[in-house]
Design a binder for this molecule. Sequence first.
Ligand code: MTE
Length: 333
Amino acid sequence: MVLIRIPKPWQIESQPITSETAYRQRRRFLKSMIGFGLGATIFPSISCSRQTDVGGSDLSKTIPKDKLQGVKRSPVYSGDNLRITPEADSSQYNNFYEFGGTKNIWQAAQALPTDDWKVEVTGLVNKPRTFDLDDLTKEFPLEERIYRFRCVEAWAMVVPWLGFPMRSLIKAVDPTSKAKFVRFTSFYDPKICPGPGGWVDASGLPWPYTESLRIDEMAHDLAFFAVGIYGHRLPKQHGAPLRMVTPWKYGFKGAKSIVKIEFMNFQPPTYWNTLAPDEYSFEANVNPNVPHPRWSQAEERLLGTGLHPAVWERQPTLLYNGYPEVSSLYGGV
Ligand code: MTE
């Protein structure tokens, strides 16, 4: 059940010529609707059904199953003292706006075509490459890392990712000294991705979904590319076959289903920061002391700890989501 109030067409005023005030108000409303949550912080949706086998057989042409078997857990990010979120919960409460604006997009996301996936790595690098998944998993040893995950909407989870550190990819493509930022682009095809739905016009949104890191952020040991989760391939709703994981930042920094990675000498525009810069900063580091303009970030709700998000357990948000080792990237603050 989705408790989002999307106005019916007859509830939206239509006028042949929109006044400037009306235009601005509408833009603000649009922003507040699509600016995360579509009401999720107030009335989040939750699926009533439970499904654990979410890998989907058509992922077989991505990463061979056996490559993910027996992958060792990192002794550094072993998740001691962390309670792993049940897969049945994390795999059915997702954000993937290309496939819908609610948390129930896991079925719609199965439309993502994952065969013959390629990732182009280009820009200010000495060794540009187009990797297929076989290259990636052969060249970069896989490990399992258990990370905390904090969405800007104030829900949180703990997830065992399978993948490799982003710095291994940096080393392989050898950026030039001019490279200062890296842009990550998600898959997008308007014929396949309907967008958030409701009355939001997907064609007006800044597709494809892109995110970006400073190159020194990307080189931090915590920055990770995931190709799997809970010991198997990444299901489509989590961003198969390759996604970013930057656990000290809000979840929207982690672009899903990456097709392109560009090293650049300027800070590129990114999806949410373009839509609502006052709400979604470029840096987006988790910080309990910096409220979102529409809600507090002091506490977080733990995904799946109750029958409805409104009653999920709460806990205090930690600076950098509990990864103080990144503070050196931000002047030690
Ligand atoms: N990547 C793409 N391409 N599209 C998206 O809508 N949503 C982001 C991020 N990556 C998003 C995306 C947001 S807002 C969050 S919180 C996380 O994905 C959610 O990841 P999950 O669904 O795997 O938990």
